[in-house]
Ligand binder design. Structure first.
Ligand code: NI
Length: 131
């Protein structure tokens, strides 16, 4: 038996992205909507430029629900459009850029800090916030 208050196995209720997106407006502030083993699914709204950072210990998956997300790397960049996904490998520096509002899902292990190794504390979101 899990003692997590967020266990959904018995709720028999699907998690609706639009409903979750309607519950917050804050940018660059991922909210947890589900867990699978040690991984968390986080819903997020992005607009503007984030900071260069990397995650030493984990890959990071982006799934774009709405909009078009650009991720800059030191040696190039990728554009993730609505309906597309991309996995940023661990240890690779990246900088998400959203010219217009992007709504996305991030998948990463529990405990990962959004700004990674960066010291830009003003953009560091509170961790493990469920919505
Ligand atoms: Ni990242």
């Amino acid at each position: 038996m899990s003692d997590s208050p967020h266990t959904t196995s018995t709720s028999h209720k699907a998690i609706n992205f639009a409903e979750k997106l309607g519950k917050f407006d804050s940018l660059w502030s991922p909210k947890v909507i589900a867990e699978m083993n040690d991984y968390q699914f986080k819903i997020v709204k992005l607009e503007g430029e984030f900071v260069w950072h990397q995650h030493e210990d984990t890959d990071e998956t982006f799934i774009v629900l709405e909009g078009s997300l650009n991720i800059a790397f030191r040696d190039g960049n990728v554009t993730i459009n609505q309906g597309e996904m991309y996995v940023v490998p661990k240890g690779v520096e990246h900088k998400p850029i959203a010219e217009k509002l992007v709504k996305a899902i991030i998948i990463e292990p529990r405990g990962v800090v959004n700004t990674g190794d960066s010291d830009k504390g003003d953009l560091t979101a509170e961790n493990d916030v469920w919505i």
